[in-house]
Design a protein around this ligand. Structure first.
Ligand SMILES: *[C@@H]1O[C@H](CO)[C@@H](O)[C@H](O)[C@H]1NC(C)=O
Ligand SMILES: *[C@@H]1O[C@H](CO)[C@@H](O)[C@H](O)[C@H]1NC(C)=O
Length: 273
């Protein structure tokens, strides 16, 4: 994953002025033409059937297999690199109102921890072919360079420098909508949207060079943010969820325009019957 392109521009959270531009190292949706996977199914994909009484167990296993393989990268899969570490060239955050009011950017972001992703449950709807995926991430670390102006709760934050964030015990529920289409004798998922909800059981963070090097203020602010990680992360939740959604959507669109859906679920409907 190199390459930088804006993935989305998403305004409006409730009636607040919220917009996030997430520029990450991913190409948007469409991948046309033949892919490396047209003629043979990669061995790591476990194929399931709706008609199997153990479908949910099977499909959970199947998605876990995909995650495990994505960690090191899947040969032949274009525009999707390794996910641990995952590199994102830029994330922009702009929110004008509410408990968080910030104009910030994170660049040269490196995210580690996805290697230990545990897929708890994956359900595919046999009615609309959407998925509900529950995953657990014991520990994640995000580091990069930040530029920030604004405030979180009552804390003014102004500065630029290095930062890191370490959420732990992350439980994520992802609801993804898809439509099906056919190409080269295969059924594919067109991933159209994803909604993310999550909880965490801890957060440690550090923002260096806050207040342009006024060390006393920097130390006390970092201390405050860590001591109050729960309300801080609650306040940031809509921004973080939206950022995760944008990143995941781009990755999933890339993957599923290349890997046929029928490799995962053999009895998805086809127009030809
Ligand atoms: C946000 O910050 C950037 C860089 O400091 C600046 O160019 C931009 O005008 C700011 N946007 C708003 C809405 O304040
Ligand atoms: C996928 O869905 C989007 C949005 O509905 C649509 O514009 C696009 O044409 C679809 N792509 C394919 C290959 O079906």
């Amino acid at each position: 994953m190199k390459l930088s392109r804006p993935v989305s521009v998403a305004p409006v959270w409730r009636m607040l002025l919220l917009a996030i531009w997430c520029c990450c190292c991913l190409l948007p949706s469409t991948v046309t033409g033949k892919t490396a996977f047209d003629t043979s199914k990669p061995e790591f994909i476990r194929t399931c059937r709706f008609t199997d009484p153990q479908f949910v167990e099977c499909s959970t296993d199947s998605v876990q297999g995909l995650f495990d393989k994505l960690v090191t990268g899947i040969e032949g899969l274009e525009h999707v690199g390794t996910i641990d570490p995952m590199k994102i060239s830029k994330i922009r955050i702009l929110q004008g109102d509410g408990p968080v009011s910030v104009n910030a950017s994170l660049s040269k972001v490196v995210v580690t921890g996805f290697a230990s992703t545990k897929v708890i449950r994956n359900v595919v709807s046999s009615k609309d072919y959407g998925w509900e995926t529950h995953i657990r991430l014991p520990k994640m670390r995000l580091e990069g360079s930040y530029h920030m102006q604004g405030r979180i709760l009552v804390i003014p934050l102004n500065g630029h420098g290095k930062c890191w964030f370490e959420p732990s015990g992350m439980d994520i529920i992802m609801r993804t909508t898809t439509s099906l289409y056919e190409r080269d004798g295969h059924v594919f998922y067109n991933v159209t949207a994803t909604k993310v909800d999550y909880t965490i059981s801890g957060l440690r963070l550090h923002m260096g060079n806050l207040f342009e090097g006024v060390k006393v203020l920097e130390d006390s602010t970092n201390q405050y943010l860590n001591d109050n990680w729960r309300p801080v992360s609650e306040a940031l939740k809509p921004i973080i969820a939206k950022t995760i959604e944008d990143i995941l959507l781009a990755i999933m669109q890339n993957i599923f325009h290349q890997l046929p859906a029928d490799y995962f679920v053999a009895d998805l409907p086809r127009q030809s019957g």
